[in-house]
Design a protein around this ligand. Structure first.
Ligand code: NI
Length: 136
């Protein structure tokens, strides 16, 4: 068993704001993040599996890159995550929620391209913090 990872980047804005709460409570809980603000996000997708004898690959990284772009990056790049993205509609797009939704999209697709399976989603919001999700 070996793990491979592909990184893709995008820019998107979000706002940590719970519409069920007052503006004051949103400011208290989320601080400056209750304002609309943008990030240069980094998405790391890790696939695990056995090495294929004929290619030496777990998965062709060109395929993984294309899947990440088609399914995620092209849908979120230069958007406002709270309003513009179908798969986040009605959700509060914290980095945690965003990572889980990315997992739900990619997890069923990866096995169509290789014998491996999705291992983790790592979503970097700033240089100082990121979220990792392993499917449970
Ligand atoms: Ni943020």
């Amino acid at each position: 068993m070996i793990h491979i990872t592909r990184r893709e980047t995008f820019n998107a804005a979000h706002q940590l704001y719970n519409p069920k709460w007052s503006a004051e409570k949103n400011r208290e809980i989320f601080g400056l993040c209750s304002n609309i603000h943008g990030h240069n996000w980094e998405l790391f997708v890790t696939v695990k599996g056995e090495i294929e004898e004929e290619t030496g690959f777990v998965m062709d990284l060109k395929d993984l890159s294309q899947i990440m772009k088609k399914e995620i990056v092209n849908k979120v790049d230069h958007t406002f995550l709270n309003k513009d993205v179908d798969f986040l509609r009605g959700k509060l797009p914290s980095t945690e929620v965003f990572a889980v939704e990315i997992w739900k999209i990619l997890q069923p697709i990866i096995p169509n391209f290789c014998k491996g399976t999705l291992h983790s989603i790592k979503l970097v919001e700033t240089a100082n913090h990121y979220v990792e999700y392993f499917g449970k």
